[in-house]
Ligand binder design. Structure first.
Ligand SMILES: [Mn+2]
Length: 457
């Protein structure tokens, strides 16, 4: 479902920008540096290029709090500016403060994460907040950041429709959906890209992370779904394929329907089949929206310009391909490790200690993909992490929408808050995901008391 109220509000924001654009000395565009954020930022940049508005653009990885980041923009009360926040944004309180302090600046909020409107006061006139969650839309399944930014830029300038495919990369990366699962605005934009022939839709096996590979490699390295029957091993994949009478060297895209049927029967993941996209003018990894998105996310935090350049290229360099392959195979390997590791299991939680079995920088992604792939009981909360070189426990907390539904709409952040208030440590997050840091003595306390905390939700 789409929302009329949201459509009207977004249209109004776009109209205000169109009318005021010639009065701006400059535009500042701030965007997140994951795939969705990069696609959002690129869409804004394409619009500003087209309109010949001077701008600076900056990626922000949320590595420092907003009240430290915003002063680095060196804002003043003289220049007439517009600031875009794409796929991220400061809290309502901070935004209100800034908008009052700088009446010469217009603030355009193009973020799809939950937003708390400050309760006490009226919204300053110079804030244009197009956050779709304020209109009851699901800020992921229905409209991701790149989808929102696409709707904005196309409202300002119709010719931006030629970039629907960029929004579709962002949607694929953030929603993790097969094409047949796209909903609401995400779907509207997908249909637009398809009808403008910017991409093609295929049906068959979806082995995301490895959709461009030959089938044996794809089964071993797919991260969505993770294939437990193969456990990250190419050798096991080959044996399985040979037993089924399928040529292991066939590319995923070229599998015959009868081979697809055989694989569906032999493998357990429920999300194996579906619709996926290909960019006919791109090759290899960049040919597939999900994999394209992964490349952007992998490069995003350290080589932002390189990531942005990828969007204009038909194929990637050997150097970037190496990075991608290393990341995806490490992740699929880690998921296999996750499955085989001993777990401390309580009534409502599963705790997995990754110290010395998975490298620290992969803990959080392993937790996320273990959760997405439902590699553990989805009715339990996952605590995954380990001991850092500094001698603290760094634990990622993950749960499923099913868990939240069964616990009064309370999830990761609520458990983290309740635990740290009672026992110590610190952390934060949102419903589905969060993180917590504990002293070495507190980690066993967590395992011991997690059930009573969850029961108290
Ligand atoms: Mn996003």
């Amino acid at each position: 479902m789409t929302s009329k109220n949201f459509d009207q509000h977004l249209e109004m924001c776009a109209l205000e920008f169109s009318e005021k654009r010639s009065t701006y000395d400059k535009v500042i565009s701030i965007h997140h540096t994951d795939a969705d954020g990069i696609c959002s930022g690129i869409l804004i940049a394409k619009l500003l290029d087209k309109l010949r508005i001077p701008y600076i653009q900056q990626g922000f990885n949320l590595e420092v709090p907003w009240d430290e980041f915003l002063p680095t923009l060196a804002l003043n009360t003289e220049q007439k500016l517009a600031i875009f926040f794409s796929d991220l944004g400061p809290s309502g309180e901070l935004l209100w403060t800034y908008a009052k302090k700088f009446p010469n600046i217009d603030f355009f909020i193009l973020d799809h994460h939950r937003f708390q409107v400050p309760s006490s006061e009226n919204q300053p006139q110079n804030i244009y907040n197009a956050n779709p969650t304020l209109f009851g839309l699901h800020g992921l399944k229905e409209i991701v950041g790149a989808a929102l930014n696409y709707l904005f830029v196309t409202s300002v300038d119709e010719s931006m429709r030629k970039y629907a495919w960029i929004a579709i990369i962002g949607i694929s990366g953030d929603s993790l959906n097969h094409f047949d699962e796209f909903q609401s605005y995400n779907r509207v934009i997908l249909e637009e890209g398809l009808s403008l022939e910017q991409l093609e839709k295929r049906e068959g096996i979806c082995l995301f992370g490895a959709q461009f590979e030959r089938i044996d490699k794809a089964l071993a390295t797919s991260i969505l779904p993770f294939i437990p029957e193969v456990g990250g091993s190419r050798k096991q994949a080959k044996t399985l394929l040979q037993n089924l009478g399928i040529d292991p060297s066939v590319k995923v895209e070229d599998l015959e329907p009868e081979d697809v049927a055989k694989l569906e029967k032999a493998l357990s993941p429920k999300t194996l089949l579906g619709e996926y996209g290909v960019f006919p003018k791109k090759f290899g990894i960049l040919r597939h929206p999900f994999e394209h998105a992964q490349i952007l996310s992998i490069l995003g935090s350290k080589q932002l310009n390189e990531a942005k350049n990828m969007l204009g290229r038909p194929r990637i360099t050997a150097d970037v391909k190496k990075k991608f392959t290393e990341y995806i195979s490490a992740l699929s390997h880690n998921l296999a490790t996750f499955v085989s590791l001993p777990k401390a299991e309580t009534t409502h939680a599963i705790c997995v200690d990754l110290t010395s079995s998975i490298p620290l920088e992969m803990w959080s992604d392993t937790g996320s993909f273990a959760s997405i792939n439902q590699l553990y009981d989805p009715m339990k909360m996952l605590f995954i992490g380990g001991q850092t070189p500094e001698g603290v426990y760094k634990v990622s907390v993950r749960c499923t929408p099913e868990f939240i539904a069964a616990h009064n709409q309370q999830g990761a952040v609520h458990v983290i808050r309740a635990f740290t208030a009672k026992f110590g440590g610190n952390g934060g997050g949102h419903g589905l995901a969060g993180g917590i840091r504990l002293s070495l003595e507190l980690y066993p306390v967590l395992i011991q008391h997690v059930d009573e905390i969850i029961k108290g939700l």
